[in-house]
Write a protein that binds this ligand. Structure first.
Ligand code: SAH
Length: 341
């Protein structure tokens, strides 16, 4: 087994370098090449050829290869299909906003959560991504675009809380002042609601935003569209949200994909007001994006606006997510691990 070198923090990397007979300062140089300058081994100019040979033989450098890129004609969003050394592929999305550039990364190859409106879960879960492979997606995108990344959303394919240790390691590495140094406040991790892991995450005392994919306000309806709802009730989810807020001081975001005739009625809005009000959550409404294999239709523009207005009247903090990259199947719930045939 090769050493997953880009997943090591500086002290672990130092330990590794000394174990192969190198001086400690080499670790800092290597860390800087990997996490600040993002260059391949061959371009690390102050590392000797001999050491490069050893590292090449012993280590896995997780930066993926670009297989394909699609650019939205509407908003300039780019969707990349990336391939890792073992042949597995994931999609990563780059979005330009007025306030900076966001990268949406995948946390798993595929997903096993089975949400009925989402494309990422269609072929099940293939494997978890390592922390380095999550970093690698960001480094690759920033190299390809030549631009600085300011925000990260872990909202691509995969369920981050189903790959907990790697995701937490990733957050620590990407926010490391000695690395890419992205503020934790600019990182959002989204979950379909694995209650024990949400609580565990709260105890890590990170400053990231936790987003909960709620999508329904009764257990009955939620169970129809999200299999995970059979394991955890909405009341348990709300407890976990309160706990997260108490421990971190960070407001939760609810993601709510509006599906025509399924969850966009008056009682749905009322239920959502109660839940969001109860835990002080910010609500992000997403008109559901089309997925060929799924039959759902997005709510009409009028229904979306009416839904939003109801929430606003009750002073719920609500936004409608701009659907970036829909024409390239790069929007929420449209990411896959292969070409669409
Ligand atoms: N597994 C995590 C991360 C995925 S984030 C989670 O469930 O939160 C992607 C977000 O897009 C989630 O809120 C997800 O529920 C939502 N989503 C999935 N399919 C969608 C679709 N077709 N249209 C709009 N949003 C969708």
């Amino acid at each position: 087994m090769k050493i997953d070198i880009m997943s090591l923090d500086l002290s672990e990397l130092t330990e590794f370098m000394t174990s192969i007979g190198e001086k400690a300062f080499r670790a800092k140089q290597l860390y800087d090449w990997m996490h600040v300058k993002h260059v391949p081994l061959s371009e690390m100019s102050n590392i000797s050829d001999k050491l490069k040979g050893i590292l090449d033989e012993k280590c896995y450098f997780a930066t993926p290869e670009e297989i394909k890129v699609q650019e939205s004609r509407i908003d300039g969003t780019r969707k990349y299909l990336f391939k890792f050394a073992d042949g597995n592929m994931v999609e990563t999305v780059w979005m330009k906003y007025h306030h900076g550039n966001s990268v949406c990364i995948s946390s798993q190859v595929g997903c096993r959560m089975g949400c009925s409106f989402c494309a990422s879960t269609l072929d099940g879960l293939e494997r978890n991504l390592t922390a380095s492979e999550m970093l690698g997606q960001i480094y690759k995108v920033s190299n390809l675009t030549g631009e600085r990344v300011s925000n990260i959303v872990v909202m691509g394919s995969g369920e981050p809380m189903d790959n907990y240790d790697n995701v937490v390691r990733f957050v620590r590495l990407v926010s490391d002042p000695g690395g890419l140094n992205i503020s934790q406040r600019n990182i959002t991790v989204s979950t379909c609601g694995l209650v024990p892991m949400m609580k565990k995450l709260a105890d890590e005392k990170l400053q990231i935003t936790l987003a909960l994919s709620l999508h329904a306000v009764t257990d009955e309806k939620r169970r129809e569209i999200m299999p995970i709802a059979k394991s955890y009730t909405i009341s348990q989810l709300m407890d976990a949200c309160s706990y997260y807020f108490d421990r971190t001081g960070r407001r939760i975001t609810f993601e709510y994909s509006l599906i025509r005739g399924v969850n966009d009625t008056e009682p749905d809005a009322e239920g959502l007001i109660k839940l969001a009000g109860g835990v002080g959550a910010h609500v992000n409404l997403i008109p559901v994006n089309p997925v060929t294999e799924r039959g759902y239709k997005e709510s009409t523009r009028e229904a979306v606006m009416a839904f939003k207005n109801k929430l606003e009247k009750k002073r719920i903090n609500v936004t409608i997510r701009r659907e970036m990259g829909r024409d390239i199947d790069g929007a929420c719930g449209q990411l896959r691990r292969r070409y669409i045939d």
